[in-house]
Every structure is written in structure tokens, then in C-alpha cells.
Design a protein around this ligand. Structure first.
Ligand SMILES: *Cc1c(COP(=O)(O)O)cnc(C)c1O
Length: 389
């Protein structure tokens, strides 16, 4: 029998990183001194006290059964409390907070609750891939919102045609932004709320990086602005904030009816987060403040090291105010893909080509600050030697 894949899988973009992945495997196999700035995954371990709590909780057999689908009420309460103390947003833990198996899961599933044939989704370009694949899985049309440097990498909502906006049911926003490292202010969120109200569009704000910021800048939450809860929800995650990417704990917060739609989809697909992991997550959130300052200090030092090194080498790059990414323009007549290949082949450095995040990512490279400063210095000096001397 020949195995044929469904149209929705055929519609997914080709895996652009495959060639780079293969080259990476090969280089590693040859024992070359690879510096990997490609993955957006923290290199530091989860803090000890969180692991201890997981261990302790996992010894209790009561944690071994199926979890409640909406999560422990103590977890929802702690998530609501954290949003209150961090963003001054008040949320009802029973109806306005929904724990997720990582925020990627919620982001990918939300269109299933709200998309009917003919509906479209507004997706930032460049952007985190699940915005697009989630829309494809739900059978939605996609309208890309280009994030351009001249607009501070914010989508130009005024430029979206009335006829397009009429068909859109859902809009993804993501600040602080992956991959550009851009940030937004509350005025932008206010604009998004009025745009959403005017066109009946559900706003999905992805706030995964609000806890990684520098130079005294404190990223706002979408839910802080007036009317946000009428039109949208926010996705947040313990992944980047607490070095917990492997644990799979995220949350959706905001409009109760929207969350209810997502919860109904989820109750048919998954069966909640391992209870011991939920208990460890409560512990993590209780110490969010301390962990945050430690992690921000770590990435600030790395950012300064890489940006200073690259600028000295002759590659003019901007210092991001948030996230652990440096978004740098390509140089030397390369496109982003060929520069990524050249950096691997000639300098043993892995970076992500901007075009992998969408058409408007062409012309840029993403470098993740997920290695120690000495490695970042070494990367800058290799780049100088290979490309700028
Ligand atoms: C890492 C990341 C997330 C978090 O994903 P989890 O599924 O919670 O681990 C969400 N959005 C963006 C843009 C990210 O880069």
C-alpha cells in the first residue's frame, strides 16, 4: 500500500532547517568545534527547588492518576496571583485561567475552536511557526502581517484591507518578539484592541518572553490594556522564565468564553498536566521574582558580549531590549540561508536564517544567547576572522 499524507500535512511549509540540521550532524560527527546559536532553548538547568518539589510530589501516588483537565485549582490560583502581582491584571482562577501542556499546544489548538470554512487567521511574518501550522490544521486561510524594521517590527494594523479583516477570526501577536527581539508598548495593544473590536477578531497574545528583558525595560501584558479581556487571551509559559522547556507547562489567560472554546478542544485531545509537575509549577511561580532577576542578568551579560563582539568585528547589530535573541541583518551579498550555511561551513557556527520564520524574515539572521559568554566571544572572533578581515 502506498502511504499518502493528508492535504493539511502537504500544506505545511517544507522543513527549511533540514539541510542545516544535516550539515550540523555531519560537522559534529567530524568533531568540529561547533558553537550552536541556533536553538531557542535555555542551556541552564531548571532551578533546584523546582526539581525537589517535583520529586517530593511524585512520591505521592495521588499524583499518578489522570489530572483534572483544567488543572489543580491551586495552580490556576497561583497563575492568577502571579498575573496580578506581575501585571496588575485581575483574573478569575476558575474561568479566566487555563493551564496548558506548554503554550505551543494552546497556540496550535486555538484555531480548532473558532475557525469555520472561509475564515482566516492573521499571522505575524516572521513568526513562531505554530501560528501558521495551527491555522492550516484548522483549515483556515492565512493572512500574513509583515513585521518590518521601519515599523519597529510591529504589524501595521492600518494597512490591513477591510475585505481581509472581515474574513479574519483570529490574530496572533507576540511581544517581546521571537525572532526579532522587538518589544511593544501598551499603546500598540490599545490599537490592537480597537482593531479587534471593530472587526470581531479574537486576539491571541503570546507573552512567552515578558520575563526576559534588559536595561530597566519591563514588557507589558496585552491584558493590561482596557478592553483586552473582551477580545482576547494571552498565552504565557514557564518554559523560558524558569528554564523549564522540557516540562511542558504553559497557560492561557483572559476572556472566559474564548478559554472555554480552547478547553473544550483540549478535553477531547489531552488529559491535563502530570499533577506532580503542576505542584512544582506552583512552587516556581511563587519564586518568579528572584528567578527573573537571575535569568535577566545572565542573558544581559551574554547579549552585551555578543553585540559588542560582533560590532567590533564589523557586523553592525542592534542590542535587543528583551528576549534571548539577537536579530542581525545579513551582510556580504548573502541571503539568510546561504549566510547560515557559510557560517557553519567556514566558522563552525550555527545560526538560524531569518527566512525560516517567514518571507519577511529574509535579510536577517537569528542568534540565540543560549551559550556562555566565552563561546559568544569566540563566535564573534571567528566571524571577524572569516568574514571581515
Ligand atoms: C518558546 C516559545 C514559546 C513557549 O513554548 P512552550 O510550548 O510553552 O514551551 C511560545 N512562543 C514563542 C514565540 C516561543 O519562542
Amino acid at each position: 500500500m502506498s502511504i499518502d499524507y493528508a492535504e493539511r500535512l502537504k500544506q505545511l511549509p517544507p522543513y527549511l532547517f533540514e539541510e542545516i540540521d544535516r550539515a550540523k550532524q555531519k560537522a559534529a560527527g567530524e568533531g568540529r568545534p561547533i558553537i550552536d546559536l541556533g536553538v531557542g532553548d535555555p542551556d541552564r538547568p531548571t532551578p533546584d527547588f523546582i526539581i525537589k518539589k517535583l520529586h517530593e510530589a511524585s512520591l505521592d501516588p495521588a499524583t499518578h492518576t489522570y489530572a483534572l483537565n483544567r488543572g489543580l485549582s491551586a495552580l490556576r490560583e497561583e497563575m492568577a496571583r502571579w498575573y496580578g502581582s506581575r501585571f496588575n491584571v485581575s483574573l478569575d482562577p476558575d474561568t479566566e485561567v487555563l493551564p496548558l501542556l506548554g503554550s505551543k499546544e494552546g497556540i496550535a489548538h486555538i484555531p480548532l475552536a473558532f475557525i469555520d470554512p472561509g475564515d482566516e487567521v492573521l499571522v505575524p511574518d516572521p513568526g513562531y511557526p505554530p501560528y501558521k501550522s495551527g491555522a492550516i490544521f484548522a483549515g483556515a486561510g492565512i493572512h500574513f502581517m509583515p513585521l518590518l524594521e521601519k515599523n519597529g517590527f510591529l504589524p501595521d494594523l492600518d494597512a490591513i484591507d477591510e475585505n481581509v479583516a472581515r474574513k479574519c477570526r483570529l490574530m496572533h501577536l507576540n511581544y517581546p518578539n521571537n525572532p526579532t527581539g522587538a518589544v511593544c508598548d501598551k499603546a500598540f495593544y490599545e490599537k490592537a484592541v480597537s482593531f479587534a473590536k471593530k472587526h470581531d477578531i479574537i486576539v491571541c497574545s503570546d507573552a512567552a518572553y515578558t520575563e526576559i528583558s534588559f536595561d530597566g525595560f519591563t514588557p507589558p501584558s496585552f491584558l493590561e490594556v482596557k478592553g483586552a479581556k473582551d477580545v482576547g487571551i494571552e498565552f504565557h509559559s514557564l518554559s523560558k522564565t524558569f528554564n523549564m522547556t522540557g516540562w511542558r507547562v504553559g497557560m492561557a489567560l483572559g476572556n472566559a468564553d474564548i478559554l472555554n472554546g480552547l478547553a473544550r478542544v483540549k478535553s477531547n485531545i489531552d488529559s491535563g498536566i502530570f499533577t506532580a509537575v503542576q505542584m512544582a509549577s506552583i512552587e516556581a511561580l511563587k519564586h518568579a521574582g528572584e528567578i527573573k532577576s537571575e535569568i535577566c542578568g545572565l542573558y544581559a551579560e551574554r547579549r552585551d558580549t555578543l553585540v559588542k563582539g560582533l560590532n567590533k568585528a564589523g557586523w553592525k547589530v542592534q542590542r535587543p531590549l528583551a528576549t534571548f535573541y539577537v536579530w542581525a541583518p545579513v551582510f556580504g551579498g548573502y541571503d539568510s540561508f546561504s549566510l547560515a550555511k557559510a557560517m557553519l561551513e567556514k566558522a563552525d557556527i550555527i545560526v538560524t536564517p531569518g527566512s525560516g520564520f517567514g518571507k519577511s524574515g529574509e535579510g536577517y539572521m537569528r542568534m540565540a544567547l543560549t551559550v556562555e559568554p566565552d563561546k559568544l566571544e569566540e563566535a564573534a572572533s571567528r566571524i571577524k576572522k572569516v568574514f571581515f578581515s
